[in-house]
Design a protein around this ligand. Structure first.
Ligand code: AMP
Length: 444
């Protein structure tokens, strides 16, 4: 199936072919015809599936088809809401890219940067506005944006917008839009909250879904390296250095932890930058640009900052710490093996994280191979300590603090660790070619 057969207009086909795409991705194949027909969409797709082009291409076409020549004062006709600044910027880049042969104008607005240049841009008139909800409402309150002519609304990564607490902002925005419009909702997961939102918002939507949330792409090789917490950094530096990895995305649970890890890697002679919500927009953009250009080898990110980052053909993703929420694991490893490329996702897991690992394996409906690396065997005398799970997906009290757990509970946890490490397809002796050899330098 080709892009031509989807019925896209020549200007779009030209932009797509200039970008080098030859075949539509599955989500594009499914979504584009429905959107061109004017239907609402409930799309189950995460970043990496090609969903951005999946909604941008038909959105541009619809705007061209319904363009009214007499409407010379440009009104905002399409609104794309995204959870993060990075995703907003990337979506707008796609709008510019795919729309480059069309006379449509777009802009992007997000917080963390000055509002005045955005106001200027809006004043000059745009057809397509990409925005994060908070900053959009700032503009609404300053009356610098008029949403009353919106024909198409896209909610991109709706699940993450809800996770980030944007539901009230979203509802405020919805109240400002015309009742009659086409709505496209994309979400990697379908929680009850998402279902409720889509029920309120969508009109007999077409359901399109690829790579269901519980099935991770097969082309991603996943492995867990059991390791003591205090030796994770040493192992990470060793893996990066000994394999000569040039581009690695590393996930850390906290903003502070990601800063510290980036600093430590730099001290180890591995260029690294951190990206998280406390960094200024300028620092985030620079870190991403340096990473993309190869100036820094490692980008250490928190889940929210990394969400939606479009970094092509990312070969390695490392979970320095497992996420609190199992579904975030799927998002994280979705950064690798993108658009048909092979990828490797590795998780450095200490004894405290075994419960999180279980949650992830339950979600994936499979075990992730465990490979104990020679010289980095976990110390069996170290007992698990509770992790502050923050906004966890566990019912309260599901995890007893270590102090309240019985010795047998703790032993169970210990033994599952040991057993798994040895029971997997790849044993210690067969472990990957990455296996470090213990050297005096590596001994703690
Ligand atoms: P997205 O899921 O929209 O973030 O897209 C993931 C990546 O796939 C981006 O780098 C796109 O440029 C790329 N991409 C999108 N559509 C195609 C396609 N049909 N063929 C090849 N690559 C694509």
């Amino acid at each position: 199936m080709s892009f031509e057969s989807l019925g896209l207009r020549a200007e779009l086909l030209r932009a797509v072919s200039e970008k080098g795409y030859t075949t539509p991705s599955p989500i594009q194949l499914q979504a584009i015809p429905h959107i061109l027909e004017g239907r609402d969409i409930m799309g189950g797709a995460q970043t990496g599936t090609g969903k951005t082009a999946g909604f941008t291409l038909p959105l541009l076409q619809r705007l061209m088809e319904s363009a009214k020549p007499e409407n010379s004062r440009r009104a905002i006709r399409a609104l794309v809401l995204t959870p993060t600044r990075e995703l907003a910027a990337q979506v707008e880049e796609s709008v510019i890219l795919y729309g480059k042969h069309l006379p449509l104008k777009s802009t992007v607005i997000f917080g963390g940067v000055k509002i005045n240049p955005q106001i200027q841009k809006l004043r000059s008139g745009v057809d397509i506005l990409v925005a994060t909800p908070g900053r959009l409402l700032d503009h609404v309150s300053q009356r610098t944006v008029d949403l009353s002519k919106v024909e198409i609304l896209v909610l991109d990564e709706a699940d993450r917008m809800l996770d980030m607490g944007f539901i009230r902002d979203i509802r405020k925005v919805l109240a400002l839009l015309p009742k009659q419009k086409q709505t496209l909702l994309f979400s990697a997961t379908f929680s009850d909250e998402i279902k409720k939102l889509s029920h309120d918002l969508l009109n007999t939507p077409a359901l399109v879904e690829v790579a269901q949330r519980n099935t991770t792409a097969e082309r991603i090789t996943q492995v867990v390296h059991p390791i003591d917490k205090n030796r994770k950094r040493e192992l990470l530096s060793f893996l990066i250095g000994s394999n000569n990895w040039k581009q690695v995305l590393v996930f850390s649970r906290t903003k502070h932890g990601s800063n510290r890890l980036a600093e430590q890697l730099n001290t180890d002679g591995i260029t690294a930058a951190a990206i998280h919500g406390n960094k200024s927009q300028g620092a985030r953009t620079k870190a991403l640009a340096d990473f993309k250009s190869g100036k820094v080898r490692v980008l250490v990110a928190t889940d929210i900052a990394a969400r939606g980052l479009d970094i092509n053909q990312l070969p390695h993703v490392v979970n320095y710490e497992l996420p609190n929420i199992a579904e975030d694991y799927v998002h994280r490893i979705g950064r690798t093996g993108r658009a048909g490329n092979e990828g490797e996702a590795m998780s450095l897991v200490c004894v405290d994280e075994l419960k999180l690992l279980k949650d992830i394996e339950r979600l994936l409906k499979r075990e992730i191979p465990k490979v104990v690396l020679e010289g980095y065997e976990p110390d069996p005398s170290i007992k698990a300590e509770p992790i502050n799970r923050g906004r966890g997906n566990q019912p309260q009290g599901a995890r007893k603090p270590a102090g309240n757990r019985s010795a047998s509970d703790q032993n169970k946890q210990r033994s599952s660790y040991g057993a798994r490490a040895g029971n997997q397809g790849r044993s210690q002796n067969q472990s990957s070619q990455n296996r470090p050899r213990r050297t005096t330098q590596n001994a703690a």
